[in-house]
Design a protein around this ligand. Structure first.
Ligand code: GLY
Ligand code: MN
Length: 462
């Protein structure tokens, strides 16, 4: 946990932003996997963690702005609970560590909310992403679950997003602590991968590193020789001579901060000529995109630059043709790069995505482009010092998409389909780093993880 002053200050800034009414933060509950007592590892809600820091299930917290009060609602463990879970500090004690003096049993929350509603004062809530939370809010507010979404407070969302977007020194240290673990996960995977091994052996070893460093995975690892499947969570392939494996993985510190790094691993220790060529295009695009990161620059412009850089490299290789500006304008590059260049990173890997992607990545004037490819860009707005973002261009040869476009002769003036056909079995690759926007530019966070062809080959034993 951070010091109490950090949480006090965060709540005080939030009160200034929201100005009136009562803010309700609902913490997460334990979540069962396959029967009630067999639960997923507990993950607290990130906004609850940000403002109240308490990493325990079954809590709710209110900030009554009008009355200048803060209270955490929850129940202390009974002796029956302690038999199974061991003793824990009392809620009062936990709350003193976050600068909250008032606590109450959970069943005291509903009458408080009822009174506020009767006074016609607003109850500000955030969107919920778990059915359990939706049901609980419905019960607390005395409304049907289907109406909960309508009660979400845009004022609160905007205030929380504004605050969480700007990372403090302590938060950046946390992200870099997660990146230290990423360094170990990535370099171990490079050293360990060799022909004949199953992907799952590497995945297991990486999770072992995260756990043994007091972390856990920030998201389900993507480790696969089928890199063209963007979110591939299958680890059953045997890695063969000539394959390249994508390793898109991250750790989460015990305070909840994430890292998110993608590297490519030549399974035999050396990239083939063809792999080197595609890899170099992606790496160039990533480096050029990172160079552009500084306050005031719209991330959609950096995405556009990366798209042009990829398209121009693909043209040099003979996979694309024609005028690159026009090709990218027409969306021809999305045959190879179907997703966005990056996203914010923090307490969530896709930071604050649960609050609504457009509140995080777009503004009233910078709107999401609904075109294929562009619509998957999670961040389009101008960057500010203090943002932490990922920069992760890629080239993905997706056979089904290639066949569809080819049949439709889509963007045929910009795509050399005969050549693309020869790459159908290539797979896909991306390179990803986590970047802090600084006052004057940017800083790639964490210890440098091998990235150039030489660096990766040196680290990979094959
Ligand atoms: N690391 C997975 C993603 O960014 O979607
Ligand atoms: Mn990412």
């Amino acid at each position: 946990m951070f010091g109490a002053d950090v949480y006090v200050e965060r709540r005080s800034r939030l009160k200034e932003q929201v100005q009136s009414g009562l803010i309700l933060f609902l913490g997460n509950e334990e979540s069962p996997m396959n029967y009630p007592d067999n639960q997923y590892s507990f993950r607290q809600d990130s906004s609850f963690l940000y403002f109240f820091g308490l990493d325990f299930p079954g809590l709710a917290a209110v900030i009554d702005i009008d009355q200048g009060k803060e209270c955490v609602f929850g129940n202390d463990l009974t002796v029956d609970d302690i038999i199974w879970m061991g003793p824990q500090p009392a809620l009062k004690e936990k709350c003193s560590a976050i600068g909250v003096s008032e606590t109450a049993k959970f069943d005291k929350l509903q009458p408080v909310l009822k009174k506020v509603t009767e006074q016609s004062r607003p109850v500000h809530i955030l969107p919920s992403y778990r059915a359990q939370s939706t049901l609980k809010i419905a019960e607390l507010l005395g409304i049907p679950p289907a109406k909960v979404q309508e009660r979400v407070s845009e004022t609160l969302i905007r205030a929380v997003v504004a605050q969480r977007s700007l990372k403090s020194k302590g938060e950046i240290e946390q992200i870099e602590a997660a990146l230290d673990v990423s360094y170990e996960m990535q370099t171990m995977a490079m050293k360990m991968s060799r022909p004949g091994m199953l992907e799952m052996e590497i995945v297991g070893a990486m999770e072992g590193i995260a756990i043994s460093r007091g972390c856990r995975l920030a998201f389900p690892t993507i480790f696969s020789i089928r890199g063209e499947i963007l979110h591939n969570h299958y680890y059953g392939n045997v890695m063969k001579q000539g394959d390249i494996a994508i390793n898109d993985s991250g750790a989460e510190t015990n305070l909840g901060y994430a890292s998110d790094i993608s590297r490519m691993i030549p399974v035999s220790g050396k990239f083939s000529q063809r792999q080197k060529e595609i890899y170099t295009i992606v790496l160039n695009a990533q480096e050029r995109a990172i160079e552009m990161v500084r306050p005031g620059v719209e991330f959609r412009q950096i995405h556009l630059l990366a798209c042009k850089s990829l398209a121009s490299g693909l043209k040099d290789l003979g996979l694309m043709k024609g005028d690159i500006e026009e090709a990218v304008h027409a969306g021809a590059h999305t045959l190879f790069f179907q997703c966005g260049l990056g996203h914010m990173l923090g307490l969530d890997v896709h930071d604050m995505e649960g609050l609504g992607e457009d509140y995080v990545g777009y503004t009233d004037t910078i709107r999401r482009n609904p075109e294929f490819g562009w619509r998957s860009l999670r961040l389009g707005r101008a960057l500010e010092a203090g943002f932490v973002i990922t920069v992760e261009p890629g080239i993905y040869f997706i056979p089904e998409l290639i066949s569809r476009w080819m049949a439709e002769k889509k963007n045929a003036q910009y795509i050399n389909y005969d050549m693309v056909k020869k790459y159908e079995d290539f797979g896909g690759l991306r390179v990803e780093d986590d970047v802090l926007v600084t006052e004057n530019g940017h800083r790639v966070l964490g210890r440098k993880i091998p990235k150039t062809i030489d660096e990766v080959e040196d680290m990979s034993s094959g």
